[in-house]
Design a protein. Structure first.
Length: 195
């Protein structure tokens, strides 16, 4: 490693350490500003509360600038559902995505006893309810029942990609044995012994 590379590496390490220290300071300062704001609100001192809240917002902005944009977290059940139903999404494309999006919107929209129109009524479910096996089953039921009528798409529950558990059941093997066979096959394939 050249001298210039060592200096560049040292500078990068120093900047990372400084950024980490500033992040720690921001967390402490933010907690203090929030505590001060909440105490001021409790004491009915709205001028002090506004000032402390402005300080908290300033610190939040500085924190966001330091850490950069964060990737949104995808619910694991949703990631699994999308993987298992990739055949539908690939076949139907944007119309399929729109059908899923609108079905999710319908599921989350509040119930309206004064309307049967799905644009103005819904199932009143929370995301926590939707991302359960029962909630995702309702999503599939909606797509299967109404997908062709509203979007011209065909959803078939039987098109799902198999999970390792499903494949093990079909093979009449326990999960551990099936996984060991699948691992052995992948290794043989990687070594070029099978196609």
């Amino acid at each position: 490693m050249s001298y210039q590379q060592e200096i560049a590496q040292w500078r990068q390490q120093r900047r990372q350490a400084e950024a980490q220290n500033r992040l720690n300071e921001l967390r402490q300062e933010h907690a203090e500003a929030i505590r001060e704001r909440d105490q001021a609100v409790a004491s009915n001192d709205m001028e002090l509360a506004a000032s402390a809240d402005d300080q908290a917002q300033y610190l939040e902005n500085e924190y966001r600038q330091l850490v950069g944009p964060q990737q949104p977290q995808v619910h694991p059940a949703w990631r699994t559902w999308m993987q298992r139903n990739s055949t539908f999404i690939e076949r139907e494309g944007q119309r399929g995505v729109q059908a899923v999006t609108d079905a999710l919107g319908y599921m989350q929209r509040p119930r309206n006893p004064n309307s049967n129109d799905p644009r103005y009524s819904g199932m009143g479910m929370t995301p926590q309810q939707i991302f359960t096996p029962q909630g995702l089953e309702k999503l599939e039921d909606l797509l299967e029942t109404h997908g062709s009528q509203f979007y011209g798409v065909r959803f078939d529950k039987n098109e799902k990609t198999l999970t390792m558990g499903d494949a093990a059941k079909i093979s009449n093997l326990d999960q551990k044995t099936y996984n060991s066979y699948a691992d052995a096959y992948q290794k043989a394939k990687a070594a070029g012994r099978v196609s």
